[in-house]
Design a binder for this molecule. Structure first.
Ligand code: ZN
Length: 411
């Protein structure tokens, strides 16, 4: 019976019919036991992993949070499952994901969940970036959400640091701007390479150990979407209650709470490093290229001198593994091939050596047609007579392959 109702809700939601109303809830749905309205200014930071306060939950109360989305189809699956149990959660979204999938953001909002900010691009440098940079990430995330929803009031002033990489100055920025920083109380490690059964097991066993808390999940992960039915089933079977958190507004006063319920003993070490969890398009992985080496860019080191070839030199490729692979750039046989630009093609190229110059060798290659100094080992300005351009641009020692010396100047 429940399955039939759940299926009809799922079908209705796929058809775009509003299903968030309580009327459609099955009698045995997990549901939301209460809505907690929080005053952001009174409690600017929550989550016992990092702070001395967490949400004022009673025993066996859980707040579900989903980070890093939205990412169809996993977010959609998560929403279907939450709707089937009439459960509300908080979604900490990444701005560029929001820009990519604005319809998914609207669905999350329209189904009654809390919309929160997880930065614009999910950088893992929040602990060391300037407040100025952080403010751009924070405000960029809020701005993307407001644009997607078209209503500033639709976005909760809740922020969670990517990777929980906090720093005091940025936390202060958030306080100054009326934003609440969320850490976590419990995680299910769903960003690691474990299967969905382990995600569910860790979520439940840690909840059983702590008794209550803010649970961190990721709606961009297939394993999380697959684990959610078991998590919700276990929560119900073990008598847990879902609490939905929303911010206080002028027409929605805060929930009156026991002050001591906010106090939380920090119970997890602050993570120093957090694996990257943002995975866009993981169902069709991008081809991965090996990291480039200096040789990939035509730079070779002879003794203490680094040379950069600014002209194509195909004859060097066999011994220097090219990056990207030449195979990735198949050229149609009828194409006309043009040589890569040489240093002489750029008006404002200044060159200097990275190490000791090789004066005799490079000087011998100097073009007699030019009054300029040789490319290698020279670090002064161009002579005043040379096109009147100032010395700016590349600051690398350049060796021009012989083929290049002849070509354009003799034409
Ligand atoms: Zn994240």
């Amino acid at each position: 019976m429940r399955r039939t109702i759940a299926a009809s809700i799922l079908l209705a939601s796929l058809l775009g019919i509003g299903t968030a109303g309580a009327a459609e809830c099955p009698a045995d749905a997990l549901g939301v036991s209460r809505t907690l309205v929080v005053d952001v200014n009174e409690h600017p930071r929550v989550g016992s992993w990092q702070y001395g306060e967490s949400l004022p939950l009673n025993d066996h109360e859980v707040v579900l949070t989903f980070d890093d989305g939205p990412l169809p189809p996993y977010t959609d699956r998560v929403l279907d499952l939450l709707a089937a149990e009439c459960v509300k959660a908080t979604f900490f979204m990444v701005g560029r994901m929001v820009q990519a999938y604005p319809a998914a953001v609207r669905r999350v909002y329209n189904e009654g969940h809390t919309i929160a900010n997880h930065s614009q691009t999910h950088p893992f440098t929040f602990h060391k970036m300037s407040v100025d940079q952080a403010s751009r990430e924070i405000e960029g995330g809020f701005s993307s959400l407001r644009t997607a929803l078209g209503d500033p009031k639709a976005v909760a002033p809740f922020f969670r640091f990517p990777g929980l990489l906090r720093q005091t100055a940025v936390e202060q920025y958030l306080v100054d701007h009326g934003d609440m920083t969320w850490s976590v109380d419990l995680a299910a490690d769903d960003w690691t390479h474990i299967n969905n059964r382990d995600v569910a097991r860790r979520a439940i066993s840690r909840l059983e150990a702590r008794g209550k808390g803010i649970l961190l999940l990721h709606d961009i992960q297939a394993r999380t979407a697959l684990a959610l039915p078991e998590i919700l089933q276990e929560l119900k079977a073990r008598g847990y209650k879902i609490v939905h958190v929303v911010p206080a507004t002028p027409d929605r006063p805060k929930t009156v709470t026991e002050p001591e319920l906010w106090a939380a003993a920090r119970h997890a070490p602050e993570p120093k490093v957090w694996p990257r969890t943002l995975a866009v398009g993981i169902e069709s992985p991008e081809p991965v290229l090996a990291a480039p080496s200096p040789a990939s860019f035509g730079i070779e080191t002879v003794g203490r001198t680094s040379k950069v070839a600014m002209a194509q030199s195909f004859d060097r490729q066999p011994e220097a593994p090219a990056w990207p692979s030449p195979a990735d750039y198949a050229v149609p046989s009828e194409s006309h091939l043009l040589p890569i630009a040489g240093a002489h093609n750029f008006r404002n190229v200044r060159v200097f050596r990275l190490g000791e110059p090789e004066k005799p060798k490079v000087a011998a290659k100097k073009s007699p047609a030019r009054s300029r100094p040789a490319y290698g080992g020279w670090r002064g300005n161009w002579p005043a007579s040379s096109r009147g351009s100032r010395a700016v641009g590349h600051q690398l020692t350049v060796v021009r392959p012989p083929i290049n010396l002849a070509a354009p100047q003799t034409r």
